[in-house]
Design a protein around this ligand. Sequence first.
Ligand code: UD1
Length: 401
Amino acid sequence: MTAPLRILSVVGARPNFMKIAPFVKAIDRHNASAAGAPEGTVATIRHALVHTGQHYDARMSAAFFDALDIPAPDVDLGIGSGTHAEQVGQTMIAFEKVVRDWRPDWVVVVGDVNATCACSITAKKEHVRLAHIEAGLRSRDLDMPEEINRLVTDRLSDLLLTPDAMSDDNLLREGVPPDRIRRVGNIMIDTLEAHRAKAAALDLAAIVRTHAIDPSHPPAAPRVPFAVLTLHRPSNVDHAEALLPLVDFFVDEVAPRLPLVWAVHPRTRKQLELHGVWDRIRTVPDILLLNPVGYHEMLRLNIGARLMLTDSGGLQEECCVLGTPCITLRETTERPVTLREHGGLSVLAGNDIGRIRTSFAAFMASTSQTTAKQPHRPELWDGHAAERCVQAILEANRVRE
Ligand code: UD1
C-alpha cells in the first residue's frame, strides 16, 4: 500500500482564506477518487491546516472559515498582531515545532502575507519541500512588505504554481528553472465561481444593516448606482499626508456624485481615529461605513457596484471577472493582467489626488455607469485552479521519487 502524501498548508490573514478553501476541497475530491482506484495505484493525501493567527478578529478570520466551509485549522499558532519582525519571527518559532512534529512531505503556502514568508523559510530550513500557490506576482516595489514576502517565498519554493503567463515570465527572468513552474490559473476565482450564486442572492439592505459601524443608526441600502471603497495598504493609511487628502477626496468629490460603501479595515479605522477624521466621515450621508464584511457580502457589493476604489490586489482580480471598473489606489500592481492595457478593468491611480480625480472623472463621463458590465476572464481563471494545484504537487512528488 502506498503511504499517503503528507501536506501541511498554511493560512495567516484574510486574503489567504479564499485561496486555501478550494485547495482543501480539491484534496478531498482527490482522496475520494483515490479511494475508488485499484489498491496502491493512487496516493491519498493526508492534509493538515495551520492558521498562524495573523488575522484574529472574528470578522477578519472565523467568519471566512464559516462562509467558505473551511475545516477548523488543525493547529492555530495564535500569533496576532505586531511589527513585521515580531509576526515573522514568532510565526517561524511556532511553525518549526509543528513541522518537526508533523513531518510533512510538502508545505503549501498561498499569497504574500507575513505568514507565507515565515512558513516558507521554516519549511526549507527543515528540509521540507515547498509549494507556493500564486507564485510569480511582482510589483517591483520593495517598499511593499508583500513584495518582500513574494520574493523570499518564490526563491525558496520547489514548486511555483502561477496564475498567469506574466508571472511565469517574471520567474523565468529571475532564473527559476522552468520545470519548477506550473501555470495553474487563479485559485481565488475558484472560490468566486463556487460562491457567486449565493452572493448574488443576498439583499444589499440587509448587508449594510448587519455590518453598519453604528448598529443603533443602521443606514438604508445604498442609492444606486454606488461605488465600493476599501483601503488598507500602509502606504495609503499609515501616514496623514497620504490618508487625509484621500479622505477629503472621498468626502468632498466622490460621495456627492456617487454614494460610497466603505468596508473599513481595522488598520484603517485605527488611523482614521488617530488622525481625528473618523467622526467627520461618520456624518457624511452618502458614505455608508461598514465593519469588515464577509466573503459573500463583499462579492455581493462588488456585483452591485458600478465602480470599485481599492488598494486590494484580490479585489482587482475579482473586479476583472465581475466586470466592475476599478480605480486602483496604488502606484504599482503585482497583477498587471487586471489592467486595462492587458484587457482588464483596472487603472492605476496611486494616492495622487490629481490622478485619482482624472480617473474618477473619466469613469463618470463614460457609459460604464449605465451599460451592462463587461467582464474579462484571463486564461485559466476558470474555477478549476485548485485541482491543477493538487495534480501538480502529486506529479512533482512522483518525479522526485
Ligand atoms: C495584511 C497583509 C496584506 C493583506 C491584508 C488583508 C502582510 C504583510 N500584510 O495586512 O498583504 O492584503 O492583511 O487584510 O501580511 N488587526 C485587527 N484585527 C485583525 C487583524 C489585524 O485589529 O483581525 C489590526 C492589527 O492589530 C494591526 C492592523 O490591523 O494593527 C494591521 O494588521 P496586519 O496583520 O499587520 O496587516 P494588514 O494591514 O491586515
